[in-house]
Ligand binder design. Structure first.
Ligand code: AMP
Length: 534
């Protein structure tokens, strides 16, 4: 017997109509390059998004055509997030931190026909545009505005898309190999938004009364879905523009009475340093939480935010391939009333899966690992907002198992309560004498040392053990610590054979376009270093 319910298509125009109809006066605030604030409402967002959809059609673009963005976080980028897919086109966010050669490859591979670009990023665009199929360049506050002016918002008609049509695409930053395109559908985006909105108790239970400031760049992994989440819930949005330093963000949190924010750990280290250096300068009592993901936030940092500044960290895990939010931290059962140290143990883990997300971890023989928080395996995932393949990249098909799960490349243990505990990424795991060493755990611990600002641990070749860990550290200004001191600091919490034999002090750790440690580069720098020497 078949169910008798409507075959209602899950497409993004629903969010557009909802935001305009029910939250017309809620605000979207943007910090402009000159540091002033631009304000407008969801009514304005709706009108201009529809104008954009109509105007792109008038330009001659057709359903399914890719429209790229090369922009910081601001209201026009938000219009692209809605207007491009609601016109039946595919939003393709380009990562402005990538090398022009990579951008040329990505824009060509995706077949981008138009690009919306910030004026300040035009010189970057000019470095690669000639090698791409891009026909139309729309400059924010310039030709983008002229284009919008040609379109009447009332001409917009819902293109009545099939929910499985593409809405957006994003290439993974990939620390190795060519970037790979992930293509989000309307359906996956709508369901991801609902999944995130369902907010596990500690998760992102955003509501209409919230003010959300996404620090995560809109060119990174679908902006973690926040433009859609905010539109669906009617939450005010505050975009920081290009002003991403700790002080500017803290000023914006206070001025706009921000309740939620989200970004990668690097950002929060900067914010923590500002808060520590200027006690009492910013009153953040209105803040409910900060979602941190993309890399593991060090335990010491989560602790410092809570204990020294009363700020709650919600820890999330995900990937570009998983839309990206797949799990968030939670404190189920008695944990809500447990002491802080115990809660911190759980918040430092990568959380429990959102509804509809299924997880398993398998060892190298394909057997499920037990939930004992000891046995390592590769995390595999499936669900309605997990990629089923990369765009025109058949050689990567082996990232999916025969029974349709996506192999994340993350090496994890699973906690007895089901929490993910990331130990490393496949290529970052150090295998010493046949045993795994987690560089992530060592890094987190090292970053808890008072003299250490940043730390990365890499595996370097070793004759006897095949690989040994090497610690690369950036010292805080005016501070120092000897290798012996660092080893002593680590010793209580790790097996002796886990301790790095050697440390290298550097000025800065090379980072990928989205602020993660670039371990490939570090390995190249230190591959010849004798691991046994100190
Ligand atoms: P990306 O697609 O660039 O967002 O990278 C996804 C990868 O980042 C994951 O496969 C993890 O290796 C890493 N990652 C994301 N979130 C976390 C987290 N909370 N803790 C540790 N690693 C993370």
């Amino acid at each position: 017997m078949k169910g008798l319910m409507m075959d209602y298509q899950l497409t993004l125009p629903t969010f557009l109509r909802r935001a305009e109809t029910y939250f017309p006066d809620k605000q979207i605030v943007t910090r402009l390059p000159d540091r002033s604030f631009h304000r407008y409402t969801y009514r304005d967002l709706g009108r201009r998004s529809r104008q954009l959809a109509v105007a792109l059609q008038k330009l001659g673009l057709e359903r399914g055509d890719r429209v790229a963005t090369l922009c910081w976080n601001h209201y026009q980028h938000n219009e692209c997030y809605l207007g491009i897919p609601c016109g039946g086109f595919v939003l393709h966010t380009l990562n402005l931190r990538l090398h022009p050669a990579d951008l040329a490859y990505i824009a060509s591979h995706a077949g981008d026909r138009a690009v919306v670009v910030d004026r300040a990023l035009l010189p970057l665009l000019e470095q690669f545009r000639g090698e791409t199929p891009i026909e139309h360049v729309l400059v924010v506050e310039d030709s983008y505005e002229e284009l919008l002016a040609t379109a009447d918002p009332d001409e917009w008609r819902d293109p009545e898309l099939d929910e499985n049509e593409a809405a957006a695409m994003c290439y993974t930053s990939g620390t190795t190999g060519r970037p790979k395109g992930v293509v989000y559908s309307h359906r996956s985006t709508v369901l991801h938004t609902l999944g995130v909105a369902s907010g596990a108790p500690l998760g992102l239970a955003l509501s209409e009364e919230d003010v959300f400031l996404p620090v995560v760049p809109m060119f990174h992994a679908n902006a973690w879905g926040y433009p859609y989440l905010a539109a669906m819930m009617g939450a005010n949005l505050v975009y920081p523009g290009p002003h991403l330093d700790g002080e500017s963000l803290l000023d914006a949190f206070v001025q706009e009475r921000v309740t939620w924010t989200a970004g990668v750990p690097t950002i929060w280290l900067g914010i923590l340093a500002q808060l520590d250096a200027n006690p009492g300068k910013w009153d953040l009592s209105h803040m409910k939480g900060m979602l941190i993901g993309g890399s593991a936030p060090p335990r010491a940092m989560i602790d410092a935010f809570k204990q020294r500044h009363g700020l709650n960290v919600v820890h999330g895990w995900g990937m570009t391939e998983t839309s990206p939010v797949a799990s968030v931290s939670d404190l189920p059962g008695d944990l809500r009333h447990a002491d802080w140290e115990k809660q911190l143990d759980y918040i430092s883990l990568q959380g429990l899966p959102l509804p509809f997300v299924e997880l398993r971890a398998r060892d190298s023989e394909g057997k499920d690992v037990p939930w004992d928080d000891r046995t390592m395996g590769e995390l595999e995932i499936r669900g309605p907002w997990v990629a089923s393949g990369y765009y025109e990249t058949p050689e990567q098909a082996d990232r999916w198992t025969e029974d349709g799960w996506f192999k994340t490349g993350d090496i994890v243990t699973l906690h007895p309560d089901g929490f993910i505990h990331i130990q490393d990424r496949t290529k970052d795991v150090i295998k010493s004498g046949g045993e795994w060493i987690s560089s992530v755990e060592l890094e987190n611990a090292l970053m808890g040392h008072p003299a250490v600002a940043e730390a990365a641990v890499i595996g370097i070749p070793d004759e006897k053990w095949f690989e040994r860990p090497l610690g690369v550290v950036v010292m805080r200004p005016g501070q120092s610590a000897s290798p012996e001191e660092l080893r002593e600091f680590l010793a209580p919490n790790f097996a002796k054979w886990w301790l790095p034999d050697r440390f290298e002090v550097v000025e800065a750790i090379p980072k990928t376009g989205v602020g993660k440690f670039k371990k490939t580069e570090l390995r190249e720098m230190f591959v010849d270093a004798p691991a046994q020497a100190t």
